[in-house]
Design a protein around this ligand. Structure first.
Ligand SMILES: [Fe+2]
Length: 435
């Protein structure tokens, strides 16, 4: 395993990360009731018990009075399992059953926090090579499938290399997914989806086999598109109902191609088949809903939507990750996308993913250069410009440090602030932001 380099080749000044805050402020816990979220009722006062998110990822901590039944239900729908209530601040007395840990598959593995083992600048070249090679492989298998050929074996090797890069420094692969632009969106999109799905599996502490099957299912999810006639696939206009029907057959076409391959993990074709189904029904090809949709299908859908919204295309600028996650949360939670999985996906990427251009509370500007999975609104930011527009020596600030005085005021598209995130992150040429 590579050592973390002590010296800093880019001359970035690191502000030391201070100690983690203690897990619990015990003196504040007296008299509080620990309950399952299903017990929440209007009139109960929820408190932030000062427990770190990393140790209790399913604990609802937004302090305040639960006003309505609807609000209580929403907390449960968002995937939280437990909360602390303060009887003294609640508006009436309640009989509650104390929270009891029950076996839950989702909790089988602790979230994996992707602690960087090498600096970002050191990992980007290796990550770019793997990313490019995998895009090349996607191009090949999309061509080959038209003649009935499919060689899945290189995919295992590519997935292994992607995972190794993420283990060294996940931000390298993430920033390439976000900022790199190659000539074909479709091929790069498949790789990006695969990066997000395998990262999500790893983040959730899933087994190696599950990480692999989610990565593979993400990589091949749009395989069926190669079998859609080009005049429909690339039509620069609204599709007719008949054409739409053909286009919407791509999950089934892809599924049919690989479901009978000997030794295939069944979740791989199933995820491909389900990636356009919607949580509350109304998706395609089968209008499934709820638990009838495979977990792999739901996870690919998250990655698919996120990458589509944030990608630059010929006809549109990509949204900032912040805007994209906001839209997914506001408009798709519990409708198109699985609520619990979406919440976890947002927690994984952070509210301000790597490469986001941000204005700080003191008016200075910077680029998000590292994510704190256990503090999603307090990432690591590389400051480059002060409030008056003067260039700063690149300074990396960890906003999750207890002594951090800065916070993020807003996130804007890179062009708006005239900042080139790829340059700030020292990504290799070929990534937008170098010209
Ligand atoms: Fe698709």
């Amino acid at each position: 395993m590579p050592e973390i380099k002590k010296e800093n080749p880019k001359g970035i000044h690191h502000i030391p990360v201070s100690k983690l805050k203690p897990d619990m402020h015990k003196e504040n816990m007296r008299g509080l009731r620990h309950v399952h979220v299903a017990e929440l009722k209007p009139g109960m006062y929820v408190v932030d018990a000062g427990i770190t998110w990393a140790s209790r990822p399913y604990l609802y901590m937004k302090e305040g009075l639960v006003a309505t039944e609807e609000q209580a239900r929403r907390i449960a729908d968002e995937g939280y399992l437990e909360a602390y209530i303060d009887p003294a601040r609640s508006t009436r007395d309640f009989e509650v059953t104390p929270f009891k840990e029950t076996f839950n598959l989702e909790r089988a593995g602790e979230p994996y926090l992707f602690k960087p083992r090498v600096p970002l600048a050191e990992e980007v070249s290796a990550a770019a090579e793997v990313h490019d090679d995998t895009v090349g492989y996607v191009r090949n298998f999309m061509d080959d499938i038209r003649t009935g050929k499919l060689d899945m074996s290189p995919a295992f090797d590519f997935m292994g290399k992607i995972m190794e890069s993420m283990e060294r420094n996940v931000n390298a692969m993430l920033s390439l997914c976000r900022l790199r632009r190659v000539d074909s969106y479709t091929y790069m999109h498949c790789v990006n989806v695969s990066v997000f799905t395998s990262m999500f599996a790893r983040y959730q502490g899933m087994s190696e086999k599950e990480v692999l099957s989610l990565g593979l299912s993400g990589l091949f999810h749009d395989l069926g598109k190669a079998l859609i006639p080009a005049q429909i696939l690339n039509a620069p206009r609204k599709l007719s109902p008949q054409e739409r029907l053909i286009m919407n057959s791509h999950p089934t076409l892809g599924y049919e191609q690989i479901k009978d391959i000997q030794g295939i993990i069944p979740e791989v074709p199933l995820g491909m088949l389900h990636h356009h189904e919607k949580y509350n029904g109304g998706g395609y090809p089968s209008s499934l809903s709820g638990d009838a949709i495979s977990k792999t299908g739901y996870i690919i859908a998250l990655a698919d939507v996120y990458d589509a919204l944030t990608s630059r295309r010929v006809y549109k600028d990509g949204m900032t990750p912040h805007q994209a996650l906001g839209i997914m949360y506001e408009e798709m939670l519990g409708k198109d996308l699985h609520p619990e999985l979406l919440n976890k996906f947002i927690k994984m990427l952070g509210v301000y993913p790597i490469g986001s251009v941000v204005e700080m509370s003191d008016g200075s500007w910077g680029v998000v250069s590292g994510c704190n999975v256990n503090a999603p609104i307090r990432p690591v930011v590389t400051l480059i410009r002060d409030a008056k527009g003067h260039a700063l020596p690149e300074t990396e600030v960890d906003l999750s440090a207890a002594d951090a005085r800065l916070s993020i005021k807003r996130c804007v598209p890179a062009e708006t602030a005239d900042i080139k995130p790829a340059q700030v992150l020292h990504l290799p040429p070929g990534v937008p932001g170098h010209d």
